[in-house]
Design a protein around this ligand. Structure first.
Ligand SMILES: [Zn+2]
Length: 389
């Protein structure tokens, strides 16, 4: 059991990506490695752990254990002197997002007194949760503009060490005691933080604020900085451009063109329904003419359909029974259902007759004397019902 500590090189130089170290311990099967010094950042404070390699073996995870930092490797490592390499693309991305978070949190506070209560850095985007009021498009636009202005000013980002007892001007009070690591953005923000940051705001790159959603008592704001903002803007452009090409429109005209297209679609659907009804009317009258009256002088028509909706058959039934002495029966196999319509002079009360037949078949339903419909438990019962209607 060793009591040695891991020196955190990233505290003093977040740009260090190649370093040499000695192993303190290779624990477990040899794949959990403790070093006397490390530039690998362990997951902490919303910032994910670094990846990279130790003596050529891939680092899978980095865990802060207090005095020491555990590096979980893809394979066992023999104790000794090792050279190490931090996956710089991943780390620098985290530095951009993390410093961008300090910047955005400070600007939300400065302009609108919105306090950041938590921060999450994900693989695609990062979020901060804000407390203290509503966040609308005007707020977002103002904060985004101000944050980018401070990026353009390329203000220095400093790290200092101060005693917790005497520390002043922190955006968020620290609960830690002893020496605090203070990360400052010149003339804007002072925060106690153990994470890795860029050395000046210009390196954050463009700051892009996106989705906003209410999460319980807070407002969650999604943002992307630097490389992520550029990649996202490119993906947004390509998606929007595909839509624009479909409509042969310019990008800026897409919202208007899509709105007009949706309205045209709704109008066409209304027209289609009206024509469907008109057509059912013609079909009903034609069916009536082609149906010979029975001995009682009543024309009976039966329609059987496999699937669909009884509503589609209602228009046909209405039209058929708008003629004198007419009875119309329709069945649907899936779901098993039946419809009965009768003209006023047919001597048939559709509601009563269907109800009686449904009761016998164990079905449910009802309606008026002119039109009734119901469902039965099994399609096999439908033929038997038709004979009774
Ligand atoms: Zn930080």
């Amino acid at each position: 059991m060793t009591v040695s500590m891991t020196e955190r090189l990233y505290y003093h130089d977040s740009y260090l990506r190649e370093f040499a170290a000695d192993t303190l311990e290779c624990a477990g099967d040899g794949a959990t490695v403790y070093l006397d010094r490390t530039a690998f950042y362990p997951a902490s404070g919303g910032q994910p752990f670094d990846l990279g390699s130790i003596a050529g073996i891939a680092v899978r995870e980095v865990i802060d254990e207090g005095d020491r930092i555990a590096h979980l490797l893809a394979a066992p490592l023999a104790a000794g002197h090792v050279t190490c390499s931090v996956d710089w693309a991943r780390r620098f991305d985290h530095m951009q997002q993390h410093t961008g978070q300090h910047l955005l949190s400070a600007v939300f506070e400065e302009l609108f007194h919105l306090r950041t209560v938590s921060f999450h850095l994900g693989a695609e985007s990062a979020t901060i949760d804000l407390e203290g009021g509503a966040v609308d498009a005007r707020v977002l636009s103002a904060v985004e503009a101000r944050a980018n202005q401070i990026v353009f000013e390329n203000r220095p980002v400093h790290v200092t060490y101060e005693e917790a007892a005497g520390v002043q001007g922190l955006r968020k009070a620290s609960e830690r005691e002893g020496t605090l690591r203070i990360v400052s953005i010149d003339r804007l923000d002072r925060s106690a933080c153990g994470g890795t940051h860029v050395r000046a705001t210009g390196e954050i790159g463009a700051v892009l604020v996106r989705k906003v959603e209410k999460v319980r008592q807070t407002v969650r704001v999604e943002f992307l900085c630097g490389g992520r903002a550029v990649r996202r803007a490119r993906a947004d452009y390509e998606a929007l451009n595909r839509v624009a090409q479909l409509f042969s429109a310019s990008l800026d005209d897409v919202p208007g063109v899509v709105t007009a297209q949706m309205e045209a679609g709704r109008t066409a659907e209304k027209t289609r329904r009206k024509l469907e009804l008109d057509l059912a009317g013609y079909r009903g009258r034609e069916l009536y003419q082609n149906t010979a009256p029975g001995p009682d002088g009543v024309r009976r028509a039966v329609r059987r359909a496999n699937a669909g909706s009884l509503d589609e058959l209602r228009a046909l039934a209405q039209s058929f029974t708008a003629q004198p002495q007419a009875v119309f029966v329709a069945t649907l196999t899936d779901p098993p259902s039946v419809l009965l319509a009768a003209s006023a002079d047919s001597g048939v009360d559709a509601g009563q007759r269907l109800k009686a037949a449904l009761a016998e078949a164990g079905g449910r339903g009802g309606g008026t004397a002119r039109m009734a419909q119901g469902s039965v438990p099994d399609a096999a019962l439908l033929d038997g019902m038709v004979g009774k209607l």
